[in-house]
Design a protein around this ligand. Structure first.
Ligand SMILES: Cc1ncc(C[n+]2csc(CCOP(=O)(O)OP(=O)(O)O)c2C)c(N)n1
Ligand SMILES: [Mg+2]
Length: 838
C-alpha cells in the first residue's frame, strides 16, 4: 500500500472510531513516519539499512575505545584505531561491490566491518598479534593492528576467484605507501575491460567492472607518492576512487603545515576533470553528514565505475576522539577548546541527532543499539582474547609438565625449579616466555640421567626443536613463494642451438623472446619509460606494441615509484606485468615500493596474497654516478622477499623472463646494459629455455683460484683469465646468475674444495654484494674450512663512478685489477713460481 493510501485509510479509521480529542497523537506519529519515509525514500535506503549502519558505527567506536584500553592495560603492545572516521566509511561501504578492491590505511576499521571484510573478533585478534591464521587472516600476527588485508590465495598459494570476493590489498605502515599499488589495482580494471573474454581472466575480473578504492589521511597526502599517483591516475583515466579522511592533523602537525591552502581538494583543483579533459572528479563533504555522504559516494562511484575515471572524495571535518594512537595523547598538542569543538561535531553524535530529527528512530531505539554494541564488543574482545591465550596457556602447561625434575637427579634442580616457578606465575604467557625458560633450563640439565633416549635433557631438547620449527612457520614463512609455482620448483631448460647457429645482437634475442611471450600469454604486459612506441631504449620490445597493442606494451610517465606500483597492483589482480625501470640507478625512486610493499606482500599476509611482478631494469658498467648501474647491495639488503637475477648476457636474461613468468615469485631482473649490441648465438627454442634460480654456472674450470662474479663483470673476468693463463694461473670462473637466491646447492663450495682460494668480484662498493657473497660461501656454506689463503673481494672504489672512460677505469674494477688480485694471491702462496710484479 502506498503512503497516501494508508493515510486515507487512517483518516477514515480516526474519523469513524476515535473521539476527536484523541486523534492528534496518532496523526503526529503518522506524520513523523511519513517524514522519515520521505527522507529514506529520497536516500533510497530502508530504515533497517540505516539503523544497521548506526549499529556498525557504534560498534566500531566501541571497539576503538576498548582497544585502546587493552593497550593501556598491557594486553597489546600498540593500538591505532578508526574512531572519528566512522560515518563516511559507512557510505563508502555501500558502494563497494563484490570484486572491488581497497588500498587503504589503519583508519578503515568501520569500512572493513561495514563491508563484511573483517569482524570485531578479528580486530581484537590483530591487536593482540594473534598468529593463528583463522583468528587473524589479515596478517597472521606479523603487523600492527588495523593493518587489513583479505586473502586472495587458498592455503596452497593458488588464486581464489577474486570476482566473488570483496578484496582488500594488504596495508603497510609507511604513510602513502598504499598509493602506488592503488594505481595498478585500478589500471587492471581498465585492462580487463578492454581485453575481455580470455579464459585466463575469469578469476580476476568481471569485464573490468571493478573500482579500486583508496583511502589516506590528510597529512599523508603531502607525500610524493600521493601526488605521483593522482597525476598518473588522471592521465591514465582509471577507475580509482580516492577518499581522504581529513581530520586536520598528522599526529601533532596541523593541516596548514601539510597542504597548500590547508585543503587537498583546493590544492588539486588543477587536476579536476573538465568537459573535454582528463583529470579526476572532485567531491567534498563533511564527515558527519551521513545522508550527504551516501549521496556523494553513490554519484561519484557510479561515474568512476561506468566511465572508468578517477574520483577524489575529500571528506572534511573528521575527528580523532582518542588522538592519533596509543603512543601518545593529543592533549599534548590540542587545546581544550579544540578538543571540545571536535567532540561537538562527532560523526556518531551527529548521525544520532539526524536519526532523531528525521524521526527514523526513537531515542530508546538508539539507546538500545548503543548498549547492545557495548555488550557485543565486550563479547568479541573476550572471545578473541580467549582464542589468543588458550593455546599459549596450554603450551606453557605442557612445557611445565615435560620439565619433570624427578627424572633428572644430577641437574641443578633448585635453579630449574626457580625458572619453572617464575614461568608458572606469568599471568598471560607468550611464546617468548616459554622458549626462553626452556633454553635456560636446558643449560642446567645434565646428560647422565637414566635412559638417554628418555632423559629430561633429551625431552626438553626435543620439545624446544618442535617449538622452534613451529615458530619458523609462525614468523619466518612465506618470505618467498612456497607454492607449487615457486621458481625453485622449475627446472632449467638450456637454450638449444642449430648446428651452425647465427649470431645476432643480444637485444634481438630478448625481443624475439618477448614476442613469443606476448603471443602465448595473454596476462603479460610490459610498460615503462619509452617502452611502448619505440620499444625500449635498447629496442628489446621493438615492433611489439604495433603487434600486440598499446594496452599490453605501453609508455608511462617518468615516475618510477608508480611504475612499480602499477605493476604491483596489476600483479595482485592476477596479471603478469613486466614493469621496466629504465636504468638501475633510478630504481632508487621506486625502491620504497619494492622494499616495503612488493617484497613484503607475501610475508606480511602470511601467505594470503601474492604479486608475481617482474621488475626489469638494466645496469652494470657504464659511467658517471647516475649511470654506473652497480648498487647491488642497495637491493639485496632491502628487497628480501624478491629474487634478484643478474644475467651476464641477453640469452641468460631471456631465460629468466621465461622462468619467472612460469612461477609466482616476484623478481628484479637486471639486464647487462652494455651487452645489447654484443653478438650472441641465436637459440632455436625461443621462449622455452629457462635460466634457473640459485644455480651458478661454471664458465671455466680451473684449479688455482675460484673467481665468483656476475653480470657484466663476467666478461671482464674472462678477459683477465685469458691474461692470467699466460702466467700459468688457472682460474675457475663462476657466474652466480642470481644473488637472491644464492647458490642453493653450494656449488661454489665444491670449487673452493678444489682450489682452496677464492675471490669475490663485482663493481658494487667495498662491503657490498661481494661481502654478501663471501658471507654466503665462507660462513653459510662452510667455505672457511677449505681456505689456504685469505678470502678476498674485488670491488669498485668507495667513491661513486666518475665520468668518461678514464673515470670508469679508475673507479670501477677492470681486467688489470682482476689480474693483479689473482696474481698476488698466487704470489703469496708461491713467491718463487709467481715473483712480485710491482
Ligand atoms: C613514511 C612515514 N613517515 C612517518 C610515519 C609516522 N606516521 C604514522 S601516521 C602519521 C600521521 C599521518 O597522518 P594522516 O595522514 O593525517 O592520517 P591520520 O592518522 O590523521 O588519519 C605519521 C607521521 C609513517 N608511518 N610513515
Ligand atoms: Mg590526519
Amino acid at each position: 500500500m502506498e503512503f497516501d493510501d494508508s493515510f486515507f485509510l487512517l483518516r477514515i479509521i480516526l474519523i469513524n472510531f476515535v473521539p476527536e480529542n484523541e486523534r492528534s497523537l496518532p496523526l503526529t506519529i503518522f506524520f513523523s513516519m511519513k517524514k522519515s519515509m520521505n527522507v529514506l525514500t529520497r536516500l533510497k535506503l530502508t530504515r533497517k539499512e540505516v539503523l544497521d549502519d548506526y549499529r556498525i558505527a557504534v560498534e566500531s567506536r566501541q571497539a576503538s575505545l576498548t582497544g585502546r584500553r587493552e593497550v593501556l592495560t598491557g594486553k597489546a603492545k600498540f593500538g591505532i584505531f578508526g574512531d572519528g572516521k566512522e560515518i563516511p566509511q559507512l557510505a563508502m561501504a555501500k558502494v563497494f561491490k563484490t570484486g572491488d578492491w581497497r588500498s587503504g590505511y589503519y583508519r578503515d576499521q568501520t569500512f572493513m566491518l561495514a563491508a563484511g571484510m573483517t569482524t570485531l573478533e578479528e580486530i581484537f585478534a590483530m591487536l593482540y598479534g594473534d598468529t593463528d591464521p583463522k583468528a587473524n587472516p589479515a596478517n597472521g600476527g606479523r603487523l600492527m593492528n588495523n593493518h587489513f588485508a583479505t586473502r586472495t590465495l587458498d592455503k596452497n598459494g593458488n588464486w581464489l576467484d577474486l570476482t566473488k570476493l570483496k578484496n582488500s590489498s594488504a596495508d603497510s605502515s609507511p604513510t602513502a605507501s598504499q598509493m602506488p599499488r592503488l594505481l595498478g589495482l585500478a589500471q587492471a580494471s581498465k585492462f580487463y575491460k578492454k581485453n575481455n573474454g580470455s579464459d585466463e581472466f575469469k578469476k580476476f575480473s568481471h569485464h573490468g567492472n571493478e573500482v579500486a578504492f583508496g583511502t589516506i589521511g590528510d597529512a599523508s597526502t603531502s607525500e610524493g607518492h600521493f601526488f605521483e599517483t593522482m597525476n598518473a591516475a588522471g592521465v591514465l583515466q582509471v577507475p580509482l576512487a580516492m577518499s581522504v579522511w581529513d581530520d586536520g592533523w598528522g599526529i601533532s602537525v596541523p593541516n596548514q603545515f601539510q597542504t597548500i591552502k590547508g585543503s587537498i581538494s583546493e590544492a588539486l583543483r588543477g587536476f579536476e576533470k573538465g568537459k573535454n579533459t582528463n583529470g579526476f572528479y572532485i567531491y567534498r563533504e563533511y564527515a558527519h553528514n551521513y545522508p550527504a555522504l551516501v549521496k556523494m559516494y553513490r554519484e561519484g562511484i557510479s561515474r568512476c565505475r561506468k566511465e572508468q575515471v578517477p574520483v577524489l572524495f575529500h571528506v572534511i571535518g573528521c575527528t580523532q576522539p582518542q588522538g592519533h594512537s596509543t603512543s601518545g595523547s593529543h592533549e599534548r598538542y590540542k587545546t581544550h577548546e579544540q578538543l571540545e569543538e571536535e567532540k561537538s561535531r562527532d560523526g556518531i553524535l551527529k548521525m544520532r541527532e539526524w536519526l532523531l530529527k528525521e524521526s527514523i528512530a526513537t531515542a530508546e531505539e538508539l539507546d538500545a543499539i548503543e548498549s547492545d554494541a557495548t555488550r557485543i564488543v565486550k563479547q568479541a574482545r573476550k572471545n578473541a582474547w580467549k582464542n589468543f591465550q588458550k593455546p599459549l596457556i596450554a603450551k606453557r602447561d605442557e612445557f611445565l609438565k615435560i620439565v619433570n625434575i624427578s627424572t633428572c637427579n644430577c641437574g641443578k634442580t633448585d635453579a630449574i625449579r626457580a625458572i619453572k616457578e617464575e614461568l608458572s606465575k606469568v599471568g598471560e604467557p607468550i611464546r617468548k616466555d616459554i622458549m626462553s625458560s626452556g633454553k635456560k633450563i636446558l643449560r642446567l640439565l645434565c646428560d647422565q640421567c637414566s635412559d638417554p633416549s628418555n632423559s629430561l635433557k633429551t625431552n626438553v631438547t626435543k620439545w624446544l626443536e618442535t617449538e622452534r620449527l613451529d615458530t619458523v612457520k609462525r614468523y619466518n614463512s612465506h618470505l618467498y613463494s612456497e607454492s607449487a609455482h615457486s621458481a625453485m620448483n622449475i627446472k632449467a631448460v638450456p637454450p638449444k642451438y642449430e648446428k651452425e647457429p647465427k649470431y645476432v645482437a643480444g637485444r634481438e634475442i630478448l625481443r624475439d623472446n618477448f614476442d613469443y611471450i606476448f603471443k602465448t600469454n595473454p596476462l603479460v604486459l610490459a610498460f615503462g619509460e619509452d617502452v611502448g612506441k619505440i620499444g625500449g631504449v635498447n629496442q628489446t620490445y621493438e615492433g611489439l606494441q604495433e603487434k600486440y597493442g598499446s594496452d599490453r606494451i605501453f609508455d608511462t610517465g617518468i615516475r618510477e615509484a608508480t611504475i612499480i606500483g602499477q605493476g604491483l597492483g596489476m600483479a595482485i589482480r592476477g596479471l603478469r606485468p613486466i614493469a621496466e625501470i629504465q636504468y638501475f640507478d633510478y630504481l632508487l625512486y621506486g625502491l620504497q615500493v619494492l622494499s616495503d610493499d612488493v617484497a613484503t606482500l607475501h610475508y606480511r599476509t602470511n601467505g594470503g596474497q601474492k604479486a608475481p611482478l617482474i621488475v626489469s631494469t638494466r645496469g652494470h658498467r657504464l659511467e658517471g654516478i647516475w649511470h654506473s648501474g652497480s648498487p647491488l647491495s642497495m637491493v639485496i639488503n632491502s628487497i628480501r622477499g624478491m629474487h634478484v637475477a643478474v644475467p651476464r648476457n641477453m640469452t641468460q636474461a631471456a631465460g629468466f623472463y621465461n622462468l619467472y613468468l612460469e612461477s609466482d615469485q616476484p623478481v628484479l631482473i637486471i639486464e647487462p646494459l652494455n651487452a645489447y649490441r654484443l653478438k650472441e648465438k641465436y637459440p632455436a627454442n625461443t621462449g622455452k629455455f629457462k635460466t634457473p634460480a640459485g644455480i651458478p654456472e661454471i664458465l671455466q674450470d680451473g684449479s688455482d683460484v675460484t673467481l665468483v662474479t656476475y653480470g657484466s663483470c663476467v666478461r671482464i673476468a674472462q678477459d683477465a683469465i685469458a691474461q692470467l693463463k699466460k702466467f700459468a694461473i688457472d682460474v675457475e670462473l663462476i657466474d652466480v646468475q642470481t644473488l637472491i637466491p644464492f647458490d642453493i646447492n653450494h656449488r661454489i663450495l665444491e670449487s673452493l674444495k678444489k682450489t682452496n682460494r677464492i675471490i669475490f668480484f663485482d663493481e658494487d662498493v667495498p662491503g657490498g654484494a661481494t661481502s654478501y657473497m663471501m658471507q654466503k660461501v665462507i660462513e653459510e656454506q662452510g667455505g672457511f674450512y677449505y681456505l689456504d689463503s685469505e678470502p678476498q673481494t674485488l670491488t669498485a672504489q668507495p667513491h661513486r663512478a666518475a665520468y668518461s672512460t678514464d673515470g670508469d677505469y679508475f673507479s670501477n674494477p677492470n681486467a688489470e685489477d682482476v689480474f693483479d688480485k689473482v696474481y698476488n694471491l698466487m704470489h703469496e702462496f708461491d713467491p718463487v713460481k709467481y715473483p712480485k710484479i710491482f
